[in-house]
Design a protein around this ligand. Structure first.
Ligand code: NAD
Length: 338
């Protein structure tokens, strides 16, 4: 792991995620053969890393690469995934893999027909800090209640992250929390209620998403995702972007756990992950994209089972739609401010 050098293309290489893909692959020593993006700056980006600049996937020489990462507007992900996979290329596709759950399900069916690794980019699943937290969670016994929140600093709401269909606090941030909740509980979750509102910003999409979920065996989960100019800062949880803090708390009938900056607090006792005897490598503060790509390459090379799958992507895209359907104030969101 980490020693295999693969030939990659990064598609959507000039975007927020694409730039991080380029950085992480470079750090891991993989060869980026091509960067694919129609944006200005692609040639300069390519020159810096010794890659070729390609304006579109249609013009990419598929025989020159073994694997590709996709970081595009989600509506473009399914066709690109298919084209690459059919050419025998392994694909890491950013979340969400599709514009809706119907296309997400079609990708699940498609993935069964090809012999390449297709992995969605829910990078918290591969984050060693979160994976360490899951080990603590298991010590609690059957989970009864879980709460996951993100508070992201947004002085304003501009750009595509605020656009209907592709933006908003639910799709941009809560998607990761809904995925974590489903993973931690290990059961399908159903919303009792959901809220998409604008607490701070007048914008076409919500700056606040909240849902109360239940599982078939009666586990309760709540998820809050908030965008605001001055988010509250707490000492627990961890920064998942430079402007966003993730907090997780959970309880069983016999104990509780809180995610902490250095590990977790289990029944009031701090467990510092990097100090765990025999911890193989640094778990806290790692570059999440580096760990995500390490796992992706490990799955390709060694057939290690994927920690996150196209089925998981479908589950979360379906849950997003269920939450939208359950929303108590689905449209005219600014009404809540008046
Ligand atoms: N894993 C995460 O935490 C995370 C974080 C941010 C974004 N994302 C996901 O990554 C994807 C991209 O988001 P972003 O924030 O980087 O968006 P972005 O708008 O910053 O970047 C998208 C890039 O794609 C390029 N592009 C558009 N059409 C293209 C095409 N046909 N061929 C090649 N390039 C094309 C654009 O020029 C742009 O550079 C989304 O699915 C998003 O949800 C994931």
């Amino acid at each position: 792991m980490g020693e295999v050098r693969m030939k990659f293309a990064v598609i959507g290489s000039l975007g927020w995620a694409g730039i991080r893909h380029v950085e992480a692959l470079t750090q891991l020593g993989h060869e980026i053969v091509a960067v694919v993006d129609p944006g200005e700056g692609c040639a300069a980006q390519a020159a810096e890393i010794g890659a070729v600049a390609v304006p579109s996937l249609d013009e990419l020489d598929l025989s020159s690469i073994e694997a590709a990462t996709l970081a595009l507007p989600p509506s473009l992900h399914p066709a690109a995934t298919r084209k690459l996979a059919k050419a025998g290329i392994h694909v890491l596709c950013e979340k969400p893999m599709a514009p809706d759950s119907k296309e997400a399900q079609e990708l699940v069916d498609f993935a069964k027909t090809v012999d390449v690794t297709i992995m969605p980019g829910y990078l918290l699943r591969t984050n060693p800090h979160i994976r360490g937290f899951v080990e603590g969670l298991k010590k609690l016994g059957p989970l009864r209640r879980l709460h996951i929140s993100t508070n992201v600093r947004k002085p304003s709401m501009a750009g595509w992250r605020s656009e209907p269909v592709i933006g908003g606090a639910l799709l941009v941030n809560a998607i990761h929390q809904l995925d974590l909740a489903t993973w931690f509980i290990g059961e399908r979750l159903t919303p009792r209620m959901a809220q998409l509102d604008n607490a701070h910003h007048e914008a076409p999409t919500e700056d606040l998403f909240y849902t109360a979920l239940v599982s078939p065996s009666g586990v309760t989960a709540s998820v809050l995702s908030s965008w605001s100019p001055h988010p509250p800062i707490s000492n627990d949880g961890l920064m998942v972007t430079d402007a966003g803090r993730l907090r997780i708390e959970a309880e069983s009938d016999t104990g509780n756990i809180v995610l902490m900056q250095e590990g977790y607090r289990l029944n009031g006792e701090d467990v510092v992950l990097d100090d765990i005897h025999g911890a193989p490598e640094k778990m806290v503060g790692v570059n999440q994209f580096v760990r995500e790509f390490e796992h992706f390459v490990d799955a390709i090379e060694n057939r290690t089972p994927l920690w996150v799958t196209v089925e998981d992507n479908f589950a979360v895209q379906k849950l997003i739609e269920d939450c939208r359907a359950a929303a108590i104030a689905p449209a005219g969101r600014t009404a809540a401010r008046r």
